[in-house]
Design a protein around this ligand. Structure first.
Ligand code: F6P
Length: 534
């Protein structure tokens, strides 16, 4: 971390946030507006000098060059030797995008056209199951092949006019059993979403759902489609090429909602609305590429994130959408941010000198207020909060609900910053009739330290376009943070070891041979499971 950033952080910590609002223009100058959205980071410790130091850090780390390299299709995922081009999937205005000298856009457009045609067929009832029109879609996939579509289908429920969508992710049979209960196999379309088409959870669930369907449907696989980049494996499963929507290895799983992995969303809201989502993402790409650092929404979101985590040392960040339909956004962002930036070595393989990406967590407001906000307001660790809120809901007849929702969101960020001083707490207790030592004791519990940072992303309405902007905003935030940390945000080696051990463990669980080569705890647990399962 640059020395000037470190020095400015010390001063900022000592000063706090509240005095910064002596500057009457602060809310204006410490926010970024773009296309129906405002990102307000004025309730943070950043002042003009610190912001300049942070943007300087970003420039020195090569964010601009790396950004150009990503959009140009250079293999910036160096540990896997791959380009990173999820942006090509939303490049609707259509300039060429080359990977190793080949324009990938004709392929992207062709797949999108095929998806649109298929979605129309299903939605119009021309593609039928053995029992007639498709009423339900089951997406089988996990991680990036699940979290994005599930989050987006829920987020855009006011636009949902296609078949009902369900998601099976967990290898826990309870997931499949609960989803399949009540579905008509003859009118269900099954999407097997897996970039690799080897993920054990997905392949196990796909086989289970095929068996479930085979009980009543003569040709179950005729109601299956595959979303994958592994065409040989989809063929082995028996899904004909016409019902496979492929993508290339330059689309990372957690960045894949924009292409075939978004098929369940397209079936739900229709191709036109899906295109609006892409347009939102593309608009954010253009902004990200063109806006100067301090006026660049993804850059400033990233820099406030780094400021809180790396510079001020706050270990987690809470994502708090005051938007019930974004209930799955925190889970989506957990994968996006923690799988991308939870790395321990730099791109060169050197130990990371700073902390890796923070723990990301959260839940929608106002529910969270009645659960964990106690800690956020009065706990001893500071949790930077990222609020999100729409000015308009989708239910005009429930506008009074929406006013309360917005009021709560704004009140929380105000309370976090303002706090309540000991004197204010004492006055409150005196008013309630307390005196002396008891007044002091009671007042202490009612003090709020304040000066707790938050940022707010406010937007007009959660439309497909805005959702596209929000998702692309967070993708680019992860990218910028990753470049500054010097890590590869696009691989995920940390998930491999557990997967490998689980394969061995499954064999041990199934067998009866003495358990060897395991630590005492694992051996005892295995033996308990074997004994108790039978
Ligand atoms: O285990 C991690 C992971 O590889 C994620 O990165 C990915 O989104 C998920 O598994 C699912 O992978 P696939 O789409 O290949 O089934």
């Amino acid at each position: 971390m640059p020395d000037n950033v470190r020095a400015l952080a010390e001063a900022a910590r000592a000063r706090g946030i509240r005095p910064l609002f002596d500057d009457k223009d602060r809310a204006e100058t410490f926010s970024v507006r773009f296309d129906g959205m405002v990102f307000d980071y004025s309730k943070t410790h950043l002042d003009a000098k610190a912001r300049t130091a942070m943007t300087g850090w970003a420039t020195a780390a090569g964010v601009e060059d790396r950004r150009a390299a990503m959009f140009a299709g250079a293999p910036i995922n160096e540990t896997e030797g791959r380009a990173v081009l999820h942006t090509a999937l939303r490049n609707l205005s259509g300039g060429p995008v080359e990977v190793e000298g080949r324009d990938v856009m004709p392929g992207v457009r062709d797949t999108l056209t095929r998806m649109q045609a298929f979605a129309e067929e299903v939605r119009a009832g021309r593609f039928e199951g053995a029992g007639g029109t498709i009423t339900d879609v089951v997406n089988i996939g996990i991680g990036g092949s699940h979290l994005g579509p599930e989050m987006a289908v829920r987020a855009l429920s006011p636009y949902h006019d296609g078949p009902r969508c369900h998601f099976i992710a967990n290898v826990d049979g309870a997931d499949a059993a609960d989803v399949l209960k009540g579905l008509d196999p003859g009118r269900t379309l099954v999407i097997v979403a897996s970039k690799s088409f080897t993920t054990i959870e997905t392949m196990t669930n796909a086989a289970t759902v095929r068996d479930w369907m085979a009980d009543t449907v003569t040709e179950p696989v005729a109601q299956f489609v595959a979303l994958s980049s592994a065409l040989e494996r989809t063929a082995e499963f028996g899904i004909p090429e016409a019902r496979v929507f492929g993508f290339e290895d330059w689309v990372g799983g957690r960045y894949s909602i924009w292409g075939p992995i978004g098929l369940s969303l397209m079936l739900a809201i229709g191709p036109e609305r899906f295109t609006e989502l892409l347009q939102g993402g593309e608009a954010m790409d253009r902004h990200f590429r063109a806006a100067p650092m301090a006026e660049n929404m993804p850059v400033m979101l990233a820099l406030t994130g780094l400021w809180h985590h790396q510079v001020l040392g706050f270990p987690t960040r809470a994502v708090l959408p005051y938007d019930q339909r974004l209930a799955r956004l925190p889970a989506y962002l957990q994968q996006l941010e923690m799988e991308s930036n939870g790395k321990r070595v730099t791109m060169e393989g050197e130990a990371l000198a700073v902390a890796s990406g923070p723990v990301v967590w959260g839940a929608p407001g106002t529910n969270g207020q009645h659960a964990f906000y106690q800690l956020i307001h009065q706990g001893t660790q500071v949790v930077p909060c990222e609020f999100m809120v729409a000015a308009q809901g989708h239910e005009p007849e429930l506008a009074h609900h929406h006013r309360l929702l917005v009021a709560n969101c704004l009140a929380q960020s105000e309370a976090l910053m303002r706090g309540r001083t000991p004197d204010e707490a004492r006055a409150l207790m005196a008013e309630a009739g307390y005196e002396g030592a008891e007044l002091e004791r009671q007042a202490a519990h009612r003090v709020f330290p304040g000066d707790r940072p938050s940022v707010t992303l406010a937007y007009d309405r959660l439309t497909p376009r805005r959702l596209g902007q929000i998702v692309a905003l967070y993708e680019h935030r992860v990218f910028v943070e990753g470049v500054i940390l010097g890590i590869n945000s696009f691989d995920q080696w940390g998930v491999e070891l557990g997967k490998k051990l689980a394969d061995d463990m499954a064999e041990l669980l199934a067998g009866a041979a003495p358990v060897e080569g395991k630590d005492g705890s694992t051996r005892a647990l295995l033996e308990f499971m074997r004994k108790t399962a039978r």
